[in-house]
Design a protein around this ligand. Structure first.
Ligand code: PMP
Length: 423
């Protein structure tokens, strides 16, 4: 917990950036919620494998067989990391967005979907072709469960239904009562998918303990590089759905019909939704990250991250103009994602100053969660609130916010510099 250099080494710790005030400083990457730096271990594993990679699944050569083994072993590593049930499938996708769109495309006919308006757009928007009910922002975890219970009790009880919920907010970092929401969903014959994009990098995610039907996450937030993600969970809806992409790898047998058309027999396995040459390096990198986090131990990672959270929150609390955004209140359990506004400041200018004057990388805006951030800021839905929004005068409401986020490998010095800079 007092490891001031950051527990798990990540890339980019020695990168220096110029300051407008002159000189240079090591870059403080405090935008993990957008993309976390890759773990050194992931980089080393990928570099060691790179000379050996070959085509997956179809090649007869030794390196193709090796790559196929690594790809399929990566699937098993993710299965273990998520503590999946026997029979669950792990589909490699491009990202959380891709995973949730894949599930949306695989919904059974007439499926009703229930989603809180507080979700990231990746989990808010893919369901628009279904019968979707948007639930109002709850102000406590208990209210979230009650709101869902009420909505499910009023649903058509015979058709299929799906609840989509985030595990940890990408705006407030607050943890959602996933297990309780899953219990409510199942009690009403609905299924539940967990958007674990922000949860999986910070907390163990057990499909079985949380009793969720699917989990989605992204490699680039889990200390692996861009371009790979995961959808893991129940196989039935996925097996019964049309393939997400049509093409080689997803098809078991393709034959020409007498009438001139083609018949296709699709795979029942995860390959059904992985047409085309898969991102074997991406899958391998995710598996490497899963192993590294497991070996380091989430207990240790969480203890260290909570220490960083306390430093940031205590520092922000000392600045009277700062308002930290929160849905569930100060005592809510949270991960290292903290959004705030500074009275009298345009958030974009504030974030730009942190970068230019202190070498600190944060994010400003509405964080792809427009309804949630507007609720938290109390701004009107028609307010623009994007980068370049007009400066909020003292007493006026900000239209966008600043987000600082961190995790494995964040040294104390980065968050201390951030607190100093805000002051
Ligand atoms: N869900 C949440 C909670 C997120 O924070 C993000 C990324 N900001 C996503 C989904 C989408 O992830 P990706 O951009 O990797 O698809």
């Amino acid at each position: 917990c007092s490891d001031s250099s950051g527990a798990l080494p990540v890339l980019g710790r020695d990168v220096t950036v110029p300051l407008v005030t002159g000189g240079e400083v090591t870059y403080a990457a405090l935008d993990y919620a957008a993309s976390a730096p890759a773990l050194q271990r992931v980089w080393d594993d990928v570099a060691a494998y790179a000379p050996y990679y070959g085509s997956v699944h179809r090649g007869a050569g030794y390196l193709s067989q090796l790559s196929t083994d690594l790809f399929e072993n990566a699937r098993r590593t993710v299965e273990e990391f998520l503590d999946c049930r026997a029979g669950d499938q792990v589909v490699f996708t491009r990202s959380t967005t891709d995973s949730l769109n894949l599930l949306a495309a695989a919904l059974p006919a007439d499926c009703q979907v229930f989603v809180f308006e507080t979700e990231h757009h990746a989990s808010l928007l893919p369901w628009r072709d279904a019968r979707v009910t948007y639930l109002n922002a709850p102000r406590t975890p208990g209210e979230a469960v009650d709101t869902l219970e009420r909505a499910l009790a009023a649903r058509d009880p015979y058709g299929p239904a799906l609840v989509c919920v985030t595990g940890a907010s990408n705006v407030t970092g607050e943890l959602w009562p996933v297990r309780e929401l899953a219990t409510a969903a199942h009690a009403h014959g609905a299924r539940i998918v967990l958007d674990a994009a922000q949860l999986a990098p910070h907390h163990p995610v057990s499909v079985q303990d949380l009793d969720v039907d699917w989990v989605a996450f992204s490699g680039h937030k889990l200390y692996a590089p861009f371009g790979s993600g995961v959808l893991a969970g129940r196989s039935d809806w996925l097996r019964e759905a049309e393939p997400y992409l049509a093409g080689g790898g997803a098809s078991r047998r393709v034959t020409r019909r007498e009438d001139g058309g083609v018949d296709v027999e699709w795979h029942d396995s995860a390959a059904r939704h992985e047409a085309g040459s898969p991102n074997v390096i991406g899958a391998y990198a995710i598996a490497s990250a899963c192993k590294a986090l497991t070996e380091e131990g989430f207990d240790r990672l969480i203890a260290r991250e909570q220490h960083l959270i306390r430093t940031v929150r205590a520092g922000l609390a000392e600045v009277p103009e700062v308002r930290v955004l929160s849905l569930f209140g100060d005592d809510a359990p949270r991960v290292g994602v903290i959004s705030f506004v500074v009275e009298g400041w345009n958030s974009s200018h504030f974030a730009a100053a942190l970068s230019a004057e202190y070498g600190i990388g944060v994010r400003d805006g509405l964080f792809c969660a427009h309804p949630l951030v507007r609720t938290l800021l109390g701004s009107a839905p028609e307010a623009q609130g994007e980068c370049g929004a007009p400066e909020a005068a003292p007493g006026e409401k900000s239209l966008n916010a600043i987000r600082v986020s961190f995790g494995a490998g964040t040294p104390d010095e980065h968050v201390e510099r951030f607190v100093r800079a805000v002051r």
